[in-house]
Unconditional design. Structure first.
Length: 418
């Protein structure tokens, strides 16, 4: 009986984290099968962009409502419904007969997947002590990055089965996951406790107007924009110009940013819990991210090995934004879903704005010559706002109030895995 009680929290985390993996796979699939979609739907580049983007719009808009839902109704039932709906959406996407059908299916998938990260962290809050939250948040983020890095395996399967069959099998797998979550996952209700009442408007306003909530969101967003604006779009082109590499070689170097992010998510999540502190790791990471990003852009004559080390360290330090999710939980334990949902909304809003900002600065440098006319110096100017944002993140880290203390972190809640 004791062994079952010890294993159950980890089984719950694994199953909910698998939904996070599916979420990130769904995010990158349109890029992998773009040529197939263009052929199947006679789609323009703009249409393909809409098919991909509508997933993110639905995901971002629903972060706060999702937080409120899991705070009030618990996590299990909404999560089961969301996973099943995401699986059905994937099946519909695999059978889409037009671009409009594909967009509608992706809308359902994005809205359903909005429950993935928040739902997983809410279950972590219920089933693990506060001294484990940051560690599990880092592990959850790593699971998502593994999903995002699955492009090559997914592309291989598409080459064998075709895009429709591949997406269809993803849908069936997600439906199977929904059944497993229904059978295994439970909301943890302490003995003698009662279901949480719906948050009152005054409570919600209190969360959304708390300066610490906003400062925490500023930190999480500003320190991690590099993953989207540099790693997600323009970084490989800069590396090609700066070091005369081929597109494939530049992409390989650029991937070090995400490898650093995986390592940093695990490290900073664990280190914050180990120290029993949130602020110190965030400040140290803020200094490290600012210094390494500045070196990466402005250090003259940086050899390629130094550049590779710098880009890995930028990813490593920038992934400390995962500690912000622990801060969001610490600030409002009873409204953790709302607090984390607000943080995610800010992160996605900032991410959505960062790519156009860099693109606009690059466009100003083109002087009518197109992307081919851009120099490495042009890219450095366009990436300079990222350095500024990291400086803002460091200031935010200095302003954040410590939310976890060693004495409190060391005490494990009764009945929770230690």
């Amino acid at each position: 009986m004791k062994r079952t009680a010890a294993v159950l929290p980890w089984a719950i985390w694994v199953l909910s984290a698998l939904f996070v993996v599916f979420n990130y796979i769904h995010q990158v699939v349109p890029d992998i099968i773009a040529a197939d979609l263009a052929l199947a739907f006679k789609a323009t580049d703009a249409t393909l962009g809409n098919i991909a983007a509508i997933y993110f719009y639905a995901y971002a808009i629903l972060q706060i409502p999702v937080g409120l839902i899991v705070d009030h109704f618990g996590t299990r039932r909404p999560l089961v419904v969301a996973i099943l709906a995401a699986g059905l959406g994937a099946l519909a996407f695999s059978r889409a007969g037009s671009s409009g059908d594909a967009e509608l299916a992706r809308l359902v998938m994005g809205a359903s997947s909005a429950f993935s990260f928040i739902g997983c962290l809410k279950l972590v809050q219920e089933w693990f002590p506060p001294s484990r939250f940051s560690t599990l948040a880092g592990m959850t983020n790593t699971a998502g990055m593994i999903g995002a890095a699955s492009g090559a395996p997914v592309a291989s399967v598409v080459n064998v089965l075709g895009w429709r069959a591949t997406v269809g099998w993803m849908g069936w797998a997600e439906l199977a996951l929904g059944v497993l979550v229904l059978l295994v996952v439970r909301d943890r209700v302490q003995a003698g406790s009662h279901p949480e009442p719906a948050p009152r408007p005054a409570q919600m306003i209190g969360v959304l107007t708390d300066p610490q909530v906003w400062i925490n969101a500023v930190y999480a967003t500003s320190i991690s924009l590099v993953f989207v604006a540099f790693g997600g779009l323009w970084g490989a082109s800069y590396i090609e110009k700066a070091y005369g590499m081929s597109a494939i070689e530049a992409a390989d170097v650029g991937s070090l940013l995400f490898l650093g992010g995986i390592a940093g998510s695990l490290f900073f999540g664990w280190w914050s819990d180990h120290l029993g502190r949130r602020k110190r790791p965030m400040v140290i990471a803020g200094v490290g991210a600012l210094a390494t990003m500045a070196a990466l852009l402005y250090l003259p004559g940086l050899p390629i090995l130094g550049f590779e080390a710098a880009i890995f360290l930028v990813g490593f330090f920038s992934s400390a934004n995962i500690v912000s999710y622990a801060v969001a939980r610490d600030l409002y334990p009873r409204l953790a879903g709302l607090s984390i949902g607000f943080l995610s909304t800010c992160y996605y809003a900032g991410s959505a704005a960062s790519q156009p900002l860099v693109g606009m600065l690059l466009e100003r440098s083109q002087a009518g010559g197109g992307l081919a006319a851009l120099t490495a110096a042009d890219y450095r100017v366009a990436f300079s706002p990222l350095v500024g944002f990291m400086a803002v993140g460091l200031v935010a880290a200095l302003l954040i109030r410590e939310t976890l203390h060693p004495a409190g972190a060391a005490r494990l809640a009764p009945g929770l895995p230690g």
